[in-house]
Design a protein around this ligand. Structure first.
Ligand code: ADP
Length: 720
């Protein structure tokens, strides 16, 4: 046998499979091939080639090398690194990396245009078609529909030469960004940070900088300077900008397009498959030089990646919790290392992990202490709900309502922040006390008034709100407990009847276009009160927004996982940071039952340092991240008995390693999801331990039986 090709398949298989390289195929690492798997042919990627001399096993042969371009070696290296880090099968990240390769290509489409020739015979129907054709170039069927006539009329005009069909090729090439256009005139502190980033890019190679600047300090302007340096210094250099929310990508895309006079590649789950294919191919050919995207953009096949920016780096949305479990910030740093690229982590409230790396000198630390121009940080006040509670059945306290009234009177805008979708987080029967839960999951059902349904936010299960209690059959006994954004919207409308009130949550804003529209409407001052979940509370600039009311500042502190305080601090600093971003002073009011809590005190005093110092101290004592490392094992099964046995077996074979402690198994807080019982182990390790290797070794010692599934979560963010 001549050579053996190990082929990675985009499937959850533990390793690459060996195939024989057929005579004359001359494969290279990274090539995309078709390989037989069972009765099917699968797309795969050549991970390695070796001499087959002395191998007697019969091997299937690679069927063909695909026409699609090969993956760059560093992309392949990154995919394999990510799998090892996440203790998962390499086929999982490979599947993400090939997502664009497998999308259909955009097809050319035909549109109808006027030729200039006058029709020999004019009828009212023909006139309508000519008017519609003059207004827009549409495909024939759409033109007929737009004119309100039958297709025959359009065809007649085509036959007469009055109209002609033109074939439009799909947009192929990306516009070349112009890195030499002047950016904004930077303030002294912005210029200093930009210089430092430019130096970092100029020096080349892998380095990480933490761009730590208060909300509205111009971090985006500054990192765009670093991008300009990278693009200008090397005509093939590529830049990746990662954002935590699709809603935020739109604003950054617009700013990139203005800064470089070129539309960047856009990459997230909302991008249509042909457009994805175009970005994927553009990134691979090098023609697409700037990508703005969500976390999975990290797996694109960059040819010459020189700079990765992770904007809002602290954001928990960078953690992918399902399927291939990874944290995009951590993998961005890894990708930067593999590619020899600069990495910029930007945030107003950096994660403790990144702050620790900055403190110890592993990262450069660039600070922007003030807002740009005359804008000042908002004044933050605490509303003690024990002293000034809202009226019964209401959620906005008298001080907040008064502040809203004053703000609206001045013609300014209010943002009410509540990180809870729907109308009410809990529905219960006042006759029997039963809480409404999904049939196969033990989370509460959330009431949605717009759709009239009870929804499980975890699995998507939903049902119409029943007229009678399903448990005791009492009629009209179901009551809604607590507020969601829809309920706060209702209250705001009833309090301020003249005000234009809108809701921004993933239920009212389905896609990137809708998000963009709502953000623009708000920025244009056409909304007076925006009630929003975190989807709208981050990153945006609304010039007339001067009051942010946090409806339930304590929300994130309940449940008490490791990062509860940190996350609450970050989220509320972000949300309150939306106020007063231009010339008008801003104000934020936090409604809380815990005004003495360290998080509330730090927010009110705008004293991040004190909060970080206290939080770091606690983490250090307990050996928790960033001072130690964590991993979780989540085992699940439809059969409780089998799950029990598996967990017992797993506990018995946990490797005994100094510096590692294993806790559990315990029932997961969500112990039933989609009919599966769930149990968790938590592993804490010293930083010196290779936790991924430990977890891989542990898992290799037990083989799940039947329907038992095991997922490993390195650095868990969710403890459910
Ligand atoms: P951050 O990313 O730190 O929240 P942005 O980069 O979004 O801040 O800047 C906040 C606002 O201030 C934006 O509207 C931005 O265009 C504006 N801005 C920041 N720096 C400058 C500058 N040097 N010149 C003009 N406008 C600026």
């Amino acid at each position: 046998m001549s050579r053996i090709a190990s082929i990675l398949l985009p499937l959850p298989l533990p390793e690459a499979f060996d195939y024989a390289e057929p005579e004359g195929m001359e494969l290279s690492v990274g090539d995309q091939v078709a390989a037989p798997l069972g009765p099917n042919l699968m797309r795969g990627v050549v991970a390695a080639l070796r001499d087959g001399a002395g191998v007697n096993r019969p091997l299937k042969s690679v069927q063909a090398r695909l026409d699609d371009p090969a993956l760059p070696p560093k992309t392949l290296e990154f995919v394999q690194w990510a799998a090892r880090y996440a203790v998962d099968a390499p086929g999982q990240p490979l599947a993400i990396a090939l997502r664009g390769a497998r999308a259909p290509k955009a097809k050319p489409h035909k549109v109808v245009e006027l030729t200039g020739r006058a029709p020999a015979r004019a009828t009212p129907a023909r006139t309508k078609v000519l008017e519609a054709a003059a207004a827009a170039a549409l495909p024939p069927a759409e033109l007929a529909r737009a004119a309100g006539v039958s297709g025959g009329v359009v065809k007649g005009l085509l036959d007469d030469g009055v109209l002609a069909v033109r074939t439009i090729a799909p947009a192929a090439d990306f516009e070349m960004p112009d890195p030499h256009r002047a950016g904004q005139t930077l303030s002294a502190s912005q210029a200093a940070a930009a210089d430092a980033l430019r130096d970092l890019v100029r020096a080349g190679g892998f380095q990480v900088a933490l761009l730590d600047g208060v909300t509205g300090s111009g971090k985006t302007e500054v990192y765009l300077e670093a991008a300009a340096e990278a693009l200008g210094a090397d005509p093939t250099a590529q830049v990746l900008i990662l954002l935590p929310e699709i809603a935020l990508t739109q604003a950054v895309i617009a700013r990139v397009a203005t800064r470089f006079a070129a539309q960047p590649g856009e990459w997230h789950s909302d991008v249509a498959p042909p457009a994805r294919r175009r970005v994927w191919e553009g990134v691979l050919s090098g023609g697409c030089r700037i990508v703005v995207g969500a976390r999975s953009a990290l797996f694109l096949p960059f040819r010459n990646l020189k700079l990765v920016v992770v904007d809002e780096e602290h954001d928990g949305s960078f953690k992918q919790e399902e399927g291939f479990i990874y944290h995009a910030r951590d993998l961005a740093v890894a990708r930067g290392k593999i590619e020899g690229a600069g990495v910029v982590l930007a945030s107003a409230t950096p994660s403790l992990e990144s702050l620790r790396n900055a403190e110890t000198g592993r990262y450069h630390w660039l600070k922007l202490a003030a807002r740009h121009g005359t804008a000042r940080l908002p004044e933050i006040g605490l509303v003690d709900l024990r002293e000034t509670p809202p009226e019964s059945g209401r959620w906005l306290s008298p001080p907040l309502v008064a502040a809203m009234g004053e703000t609206l009177l001045r013609g300014e805008q209010v943002l009410l922040f509540l990180n809870r979708r729907g109308y009410a987080p809990l529905v219960l029967c006042k006759a029997c006390g039963q809480r409404m839960t999904a049939p196969d999951t033990d989370s509460w059902l959330v009431e949605h008034r717009y759709s009239g349904r009870l929804v499980c936010h975890l699995t998507g299960f939903s049902m119409p709100k029943p007229a009678a209690c399903p448990h005791c059959a009492a009629k009209d006994s179901l009551v809604s407990i607590g507020p969601g954004v829809e309920r706060v919207e209702e209250e705001a409308r009833s309090l301020f009847r003249q005000a234009r009130v809108a809701v921004f949550s993933s239920d009212t804003v389905f896609d990137a276009r809708e998000a963009k529209r709502l953000v623009e409407t708000m920025a244009a001052g056409e909304i007076d009160v925006l009630v929003a979940t975190q989807a709208a509370a981050k990153g945006h600039n609304f010039p007339k927004l001067t009051l942010v009311g946090v409806v339930d500042a304590d929300l994130g502190l309940r449940g008490g996982d490791l990062r509860a305080a940190e996350r609450t601090y970050q989220l509320l600093a972000q949300a309150t940071g939306r106020a007063g971003r231009r010339d008008r002073p801003g104000r934020a009011l936090l409604q809380t039952y815990l005004p003495d809590h360290a998080v509330m005190q730090a927010l009110a005093a705008q004293d991040r340092e004190a909060f970080v110092a206290a939080e770091m101290g606690e983490r250090e004592l307990a050996g928790l991240p960033p001072f130690g490392r964590l991993a979780a094992v989540i085992a699940s099964d439809v059969d409780a008995q089998r799950l029990e046995e598996f967990c017992r077996a797993m506990a018995e074979v946990a490797p005994n390693t100094p510096g590692v402690e294993v806790y559990g198994p315990a029932d997961a807080p969500l112990s039933l999801v989609r009919g599966r019982r769930r149990k968790r182990f938590l592993v804490r390790a010293d930083r010196s331990v290779d936790l991924s290797a430990y977890m891989a070794a542990w898992r290799a010692r037990v083989r799940p039986k039947g329907a038992t599934r095991v997922a490993i979560d390195i650095d868990p963010y969710s403890f459910l």
